[in-house]
Design a protein around this ligand. Sequence first.
Ligand code: 13P
Length: 252
Amino acid sequence: MRRPVIAGNWKMHNTVAETTALVEGLLATRPPASVDVVVAPPFTSLPAAAMVAAGSPLGLAAQNVHWETHGAFTGEVSAAMLVELGVGWVIVGHSERRTLFGETDRTARDRARAAQRAGLTVIYCIGETLAEREADRTFAVLSSQTDGLGSLDPDRLVVAYEPVWAIGTGRTASPEQAQEAHAFVRSCLERAFSPAAAAALRILYGGSLKPSNAHELLARPDVDGGLIGGASLDVDSFSAIIRAAADRAAGV
Ligand code: 13P
């Protein structure tokens, strides 16, 4: 049984004060021990989140990392800089990085490798656009986005399937669509790694995941958790999704 992961991608939300309040609120709900709960605040809020979460099982993720260890890379942050803050996870290759900031499969893989070398666990994002889905290219896109992941360490890798058309749109993949894509991604990971490694890898769903649809999505056999944007910014909705993941872990 794969241990569920529920990760909140805060994107460009929350000041230091707001971060402190949100992490305190989340910890006060006593998240169940059967779920890996992770939050990804903006860089500026990571130290505050680390301070509040110290001694708790809450995982801390960054939203990006550079592939070099140091140098003249204005605006970038290295993996060692994140580790120093107590960060254990990093989101790589998010579709917003791909569409708005020129991220490619190549740069995403380079970031992921550097992050793993420093000991970080990578949440590696993939997913098709609406045009690609409508052109029946979903599997081809997922196949090429997972191509080359074999150079990563599967023990420090979580894959997030985020159909671009479902991100921030209120439109969610149906449980059947999610399961179909996740099973296909797992078959790609079998080729990249091994059947045993692929069977152990957690594949998260992302895209308008919320309390009202979490239970049915997380009940699917290959949906091992979620990467959540909007609904992770509110303690009640995020903790409701965490409880749905705990139900999955308990086989409810
Ligand atoms: P929403 O949950 O707001 O659709 O965002 C999903 C996402 O992009 C998480 O990385």
